[in-house]
Design a protein around this ligand. Structure first.
Ligand SMILES: N[C@@H](CCC(=O)N[C@@H](CS)C(=O)NCC(=O)O)C(=O)O
Length: 218
């Protein structure tokens, strides 16, 4: 029975990085794991679908339990490796942190990462070329998503409340990738406060360890 938190999924995945960030913030010992039950972990294998019914990562194993879905995983980690430090000071703040985790994992990820950035990073066009028409068509929705984030951030240091929370951990990998992306898909730089915030998250000890260029996590 391993006390070490085992994380399944590519270390460059935004959601895997969120889990790793929370482990770093809490001082939790964790490993990026490539084997499950002594067999290599293969994406979309039968074994994978047993652990995540829709074949996604991250999946986390701790003390012989497995858990999927990033928001559930990071709440579990914050609660289990107590005291809880990343979920706000009162019920209202906690609910807001949950709300923003949900908005980020559903919509910011979809509009900014999947529909927009991934078109350039993992091109799906003919001859492996990026589909520039798709990037152009999806740009307004991505811009709108980051405008919503910039409005929520305002002139605060963190997305919800005064301190780093699970909502920041959910967003940080997405912003870090966009901030360092080529000009054609770089949207964070249109919002000076968002850029400052992304730099703040990346320069935390957790950010320095986890939010590295994608090529260093492949
Ligand atoms: N709702 C899931 C989303 C996770 C997700 O989309 N993960 C991506 C990697 S960043 C994935 O598993 N992609 C593989 C696939 O879609 O088949 C969560 O919050 O954990």
């Amino acid at each position: 029975m391993s006390q070490i938190v085992q994380i399944y999924g590519a270390p460059f995945s935004v959601f895997v990085r969120t889990v790793a960030l929370v482990c770093e913030e809490k001082g939790i010992v964790y490993q990026h794991q490539k084997n499950i039950n002594k067999q290599p972990f293969e994406m979309h294998s039968e074994a994978h679908f047993k652990l995540h019914p829709f074949g996604k990562v991250p999946i986390v194993r701790h003390r012989n339990n497995t858990l999927c879905e990033t928001a559930s995983v990071i709440r579990y980690l914050d609660r289990t490796f107590g005291p809880e430090t990343l979920q706000g000071g009162n019920g209202w703040e906690r609910a807001h942190i949950d709300q923003w985790c949900s908005l980020i994992s559903h919509y910011v990820d979809f509009y900014v990462v999947r529909q927009f950035m991934l078109e350039l990073v993992f091109p799906k066009g003919n001859n492996g070329e990026p589909r520039l028409d798709v990037i152009t068509a999806n740009r307004p929705s991505a811009e709108n998503a980051l405008k919503i984030i910039a409005q929520q951030l305002g002139d605060k240091n963190y997305l919800v409340g005064d301190t780093f929370s699970l909502a920041d951990a959910m967003l940080a990998p997405m912003l870090a990738y966009n901030k360092d992306a080529p000009a054609s898909i770089n949207l964070v730089r249109d919002h000076p406060q968002l850029l400052e915030y992304a730099n703040r998250l990346q320069s935390r000890a957790s950010g320095k360890t986890v939010l590295k260029p994608m090529s260093e996590s492949m």
